[in-house]
Structures are given as structure tokens and as C-alpha cells.
Write a protein that binds this ligand. Structure first.
Ligand code: 13P
Length: 254
């Protein structure tokens, strides 16, 4: 498959894996995926496993991501973790504005934009998540919701920072439900998102920005999803928790 943009497949482990389990999983991934050059590979363990996982993947083709960070660099923010702290573990990517955080921690687009700027300030690449709920899709509000999320969450980024940002389209109704967006639904949302990026920045930026799909990505649907012209990778939840299924998603996408 030829696409100008390099595919990026990331595993979002969410609140799963002890340190020992995380090391075990990433040790297997390092071995199984050692020859993969066509895809940028990212694992996003919980904070508690970042240090150990970081040591295992040193000198490998796996890159480290975190699942969240503070918009502040340091100070009296009990319980928070800053971009600079993540950098200490060679973290390269950070997931921002995942729908679970938008829902349970009530994260707003404005907060996500501040976090994205802080991430770039520390040379971390944000993976900014957007996506509509089932109600919004059924009410024909998908595009309006995506546009509002994009405008708000990307506010203040320079064109260069936008190119270094990864977007993840994750329809909320497809997360953890086993319901995947059809290839047509995914492609149409991704093309729309690219159009919004072109309007907010310019065509060249929009052509370069990578847009992942997330929501029940599995070995058996990865190939079809990844072959869509505007789908540039995947953000994988449940199926990233086992080396075999994550590995198959990667190999089926090449
Ligand atoms: P699932 O792959 O478990 O549906 O989760 C998707 C997701 O939320 C990734 O960030």
C-alpha cells in the first residue's frame, strides 16, 4: 500500500497492566515487530510502567507514549504529571483528550489545546482525540461536533506544530463496544477532518497530518480500515493488550 504519510499504530493500554505484565508484553512486541519499518509503532502504558517499558524498548523500533499529561510544567498541582517529567522516560507521544477523559474528567477542548501547546513546548507529539457520541451521529451532528472539537483542541498551534500533531478519530460508540465504524464512515469522517485542518491551517499541513482511526480495531478489520485513503493508522485499545493481536493488526496493515 502506498501512502505519502507513514502509518502510525499506537496501543493505548488504558488503566491496565502491572509493571511486570507491561514489561512482559513489550518484550514480546519488541521481538515480534523487530523487522517492521513501514509503520511508526507506539505503546502507551500507564504512568507506573513508563520507566520499565522505556528501558526495554531502548534501541528498538517501538516508541513510548503517555496517556495524558498536565498543561502545567511544574508546581503545586497535586497528582499531576508534566511533559518534562514524561521526557525523563524518553516519552515521545502523549494521548490528549481521549473521550474517556472528556467524559469522566470533563476535559474541555480549551484544556486539551493548552495541553497540546505544553506538549509541543517539551517536544512531545500530541495524539489529539476527537469523536462523536452515538446520539450526535444519529442526530446528524457528527461533522459539527468534529469541527468544534478540532477548532477548540488545536487552537493556538502553529502550522509546524500541527504537522507534528497526530489526530485520532475515535467515534465514542465504537470504543470498547466491538462496533467498528464501517470503512465508508471512517473514510468520510477522516476526509472531513482533513478538510477542517486545511481550513484552519492550509492544504500542505492537511496533506501531511496523520489521522488515526480508533474504536474496536482488531486483526480482522485493520487491513480494510488502513487501506482507506485518509486513514493513516490506528489507536488500539483492547486489542493492544496482547502481543499477538496487536502484532497482527500491525502486520495486516502493511
Ligand atoms: P478499543 O480498541 O478497545 O475499542 O479502544 C479504542 C480506544 O479508545 C483507543 O484509544
Amino acid at each position: 500500500m502506498t501512502k505519502d504519510r507513514k502509518l502510525i499504530i499506537a496501543g493505548n493500554w488504558k488503566m491496565n497492566k502491572t509493571v511486570a505484565e507491561a514489561v512482559d508484553l513489550v518484550t514480546q512486541l519488541k521481538r515480534d515487530l523487530a523487522n517492521v519499518k513501514e509503520v511508526d509503532l507506539v505503546v502507551c502504558p500507564p504512568y507506573t510502567a513508563l520507566s520499565d517499558v522505556s528501558r526495554v524498548i531502548l534501541d528498538s523500533n517501538l516508541r513510548l507514549g503517555a496517556q495524558n499529561m498536565s498543561e502545567q510544567n511544574n508546581g503545586a498541582y497535586t497528582g499531576e504529571i508534566s511533559a518534562l517529567m514524561l521526557r525523563e522516560f524518553s516519552v515521545r507521544y502523549v494521548i490528549l483528550g481521549h473521550s474517556e477523559r472528556r467524559q469522566y474528567q470533563e476535559e474541555s477542548n480549551e484544556l486539551i489545546a493548552r495541553k497540546a501547546l505544553a506538549a509541543h513546548g517539551a517536544s512531545l507529539k500530541p495524539i489529539v482525540c476527537i469523536g462523536e457520541t452515538l446520539d450526535e451521529r444519529e442526530g446528524n451532528r457528527t461533522e459539527q461536533v468534529l469541527e468544534t472539537q478540532l477548532k477548540g483542541s488545536l487552537a493556538g498551534l502553529s502550522a509546524h506544530q500541527m504537522e507534528e500533531t497526530v489526530l485520532a478519530y475515535e467515534p465514542v460508540w465504537a470504543i470498547g463496544t466491538g462496533k467498528t465504524a464501517s470503512t465508508e464512515q471512517a473514510q468520510s469522517a477522516h476526509a472531513f477532518i482533513r478538510g477542517v485542518v486545511a481550513a484552519l491551517f492550509d492544504d500542505a499541513v492537511a496533506r501531511r497530518v496523520r489521522i488515526q482511526y480508533g474504536g474496536s480495531v482488531k486483526p480482522n478489520n485493520a487491513r480494510e480500515l488502513m487501506s482507506q485513503p485518509d486513514v493513516d493508522g490506528a489507536l488500539v485499545g483492547g486489542a493492544s493488550l496482547e502481543a499477538r493481536s496487536f502484532g497482527e493488526i500491525v502486520t495486516n496493515s502493511i
